[in-house]
Design a protein around this ligand. Structure first.
Ligand SMILES: CC(C)(COP(=O)(O)OP(=O)(O)OC[C@H]1O[C@@H](n2cnc3c(N)ncnc32)[C@H](O)[C@@H]1OP(=O)(O)O)[C@@H](O)C(=O)NCCC(=O)NCCS
Length: 158
């Protein structure tokens, strides 16, 4: 997306100034994202607004799996009968309030899907946990499907 570049989180990103309207996500970015990276719990990718290099958004990725019997029947039917399906967790996603509504959230999800598709560690689905109904509608708009037994969790084919 023009005007932004997406890169791995590093020390030169100003995490303190980030505000997205969700305190838990701001706190995560400020206090835990680096630790999660160091412990190999999740990797964090940052959208930097050019030309002033402010942090405009971020997302995290980690490996996960989904039980086959937790998937919508139509989706499960097309998969091998293993107990679970390899997946990639889009653990957190946020766009700074001043950059919302310009397509950056959608671009970050697209970047996450592309990165997952290009990884040699294979995942069949991308998984997200929506923090509220607004976030859920955003993901449904982007082609994610709510799981039948967990209405906070959504999946999409990578
Ligand atoms: C949710 C969030 C990531 C969306 O980012 P954004 O940059 O404002 O969204 P975009 O401008 O990229 O929107 C992409 C598309 O989704 C649509 N959209 C955005 N928010 C939506 C919503 N709540 N419901 C339905 N559609 C939505 C847009 O209209 C746009 O549609 P289009 O491509 O057809 O024009 C952002 O508002 C945010 O960070 N909110 C606070 C934290 C949060 O809720 N994070 C979600 C993680 S649980």
């Amino acid at each position: 997306m023009s005007g932004y570049r997406i890169e791995r989180l590093s020390n030169h990103h100003n995490r303190k100034a980030f505000r997205c309207g969700s305190e838990p996500l701001d706190l995560y970015f400020r206090q835990r994202a680096t630790q999660d990276e160091q412990r190999r719990i999740a990797l964090c990718f940052v959208a930097v607004a050019e030309p002033d290099d402010t942090v405009a958004g971020f997302y995290t990725l980690a490996a996960t799996s989904i039980a086959l019997d937790g998937l919508p029947v139509e989706r499960a039917r097309r998969l091998p009968r293993y107990p679970s399906v390899p997946a990639v967790l889009l653990g957190r996603l946020a766009v700074a309030s001043t950059h919302q509504g310009k397509g950056l959230g959608g671009a970050l999800v697209a970047d996450a899907l592309l990165r997952a598709a290009q990884s040699e560690i294979v995942g069949h689905l991308m998984v997200v946990d929506a923090q509220d109904e607004v976030a859920k509608r955003f993901y449904v708009h982007l082609g994610f499907e709510v799981l039948p037994e967990d209405d906070r969790r959504l999946v999409r084919r990578i």
